[in-house]
Design a protein around this ligand. Sequence first.
Ligand code: CTP
Ligand code: MG
Length: 180
Amino acid sequence: MWILALILHALYYISPAYCANAFAVFGGGTPVDFRKTWRGGRILGDGKTWRGLAIGVLAGGLFGLMWYSLSQSGPLSLTYYGAFDFKLTDPFFGLYLGMGALLGDMAASFFKRRLGLERGAPLWGVDQLDHVFGALLFAYFLAPSFITPGEFAALLVLTPTIHLIGNQIAYCCHRKKERW
Ligand code: CTP
Ligand code: MG
């Protein structure tokens, strides 16, 4: 029961970051780096666009706002398993997680381009976890509530699996060029 509460609370907390990352695939148009290059390679590449960033951050923010309002009264406000309190205190936590997720994703693209990897080329581990690290880093400094080390460990294991399943869906819906 305790492990289930841990997993549920961790996924509940990180969900705006997943949401931001998933909705970014509806991006397109002008790249964030305006096609500028640095040291012979693109700064970020065509896979990071302003529209994707805006849609993703908005989606994460709204998703967080939804959890926040649901947690103010009703069952979620009463759900409390030891350290796992489902009542949220900050309506903007989803915004921080969403921004962090997509900045983490951009940092990873910057790193990939420096390694000489083309847009969409896989970098296992980094592709699956960049948004979680970015989101948690932002939330750690900006949001009043945070997750426990145990929840963090659970997210490191669960996220790559969820990410891969999500990518199969995005690929099948022609929202992504690669299956990973
Ligand atoms: N996307 C976007 N803007 C963002 C993030 C993502 O438009 N800020 C869209 C792009 O169409 C991108 C797709 O979502 O191709 C999938 O994102 P991701 O896998 O992170 O990008 P990649 O194309 O794999 O590029 P990279 O190699 O830089 O990670
Ligand atoms: Mg990718």
